[in-house]
Ligand binder design. Structure first.
Ligand SMILES: [Zn+2]
Length: 220
């Protein structure tokens, strides 16, 4: 999605809320008080009302936007900015771009979104045929300094990193030449070199039963 299609789809607070509601309804809403999952929708309040106990749940409640005072439109614009560039934006830059007065709520929003995006990446698993190897890479861990609002340079260390790639065999129909193509890959920094930790990291990254693993020298 580019900036033009984004503004065409999400041109107002209402269009963002409607989109958010549609997505939330796909997952479903559970009542905070009684756990019931059937609700009325009260549009004037942007809230769900439990059909059993009449308890209300706002559209934000129980989501990443809970307890934020920023509008849905600001959240959507931020999600767009965070996901559209490889380098990403700093909280300070997002605050400037969106013309917001206070830094604190922006920092909090960006922090939550980054965490959620990281989690999503963790849930993602590889499937089919996987090639796996380990290697030593120099990694740089950067810490955002909340006080000075500057991104720290971080310390560079050499670490053992596991690299896993989906490996799909493709045959050229005309020439009969066989090639391998990678659809997705994952990289994970390993805590140690022990086989146990490596096995767990790997198991958490693949889609269980129907997976074939190729690796050359790993003893794990
Ligand atoms: Zn209820």
């Amino acid at each position: 999605m580019n900036i033009f299609s984004f503004t065409a789809h999400f041109d107002s607070e209402e269009s963002c809320r409607n989109h958010f509601k549609t997505e939330r309804d796909k997952i479903g809403v559970a009542c905070k008080r009684c756990g019931h999952t059937h609700h009325y929708w009260i549009k004037s309040q942007w809230s769900y009302e439990c059909k059993q106990c009449r308890s209300r749940t706002s559209l934000r409640s129980g989501t990443i936007m809970q307890s934020s005072n920023l509008s849905f439109l600001i959240w959507y614009k931020t999600i767009f900015l965070l996901s559209t560039t490889k380098k990403g934006f700093s909280s300070k830059e997002i605050q400037r771009q969106l013309g917001l007065k206070r830094y604190e709520p922006v920092w909090s929003m960006v922090h939550k979104l980054r965490k959620a995006m990281g989690k999503r990446d963790d849930r993602y698993t590889l499937e089919g045929m996987i090639e796996m190897d380990e290697g030593y890479f120099t990694i740089e861990a950067s810490e955002h300094d909340h006080q000075t609002q500057k991104a720290g340079r971080g310390s560079k260390t050499k670490s053992n990193v596991m690299v896993m790639a989906e490996s799909t065999i493709l045959e050229d129909i005309e020439t009969g030449k066989v090639d391998r193509q990678c659809r997705y890959f994952k990289a994970k920094v390993l805590d140690d070199h022990k086989a146990e930790g490596t096995d767990d990291t790997f198991k958490n990254s693949i889609d269980g039963e129907q997976t074939i693993v190729f690796t050359d020298k790993s003893t794990s």
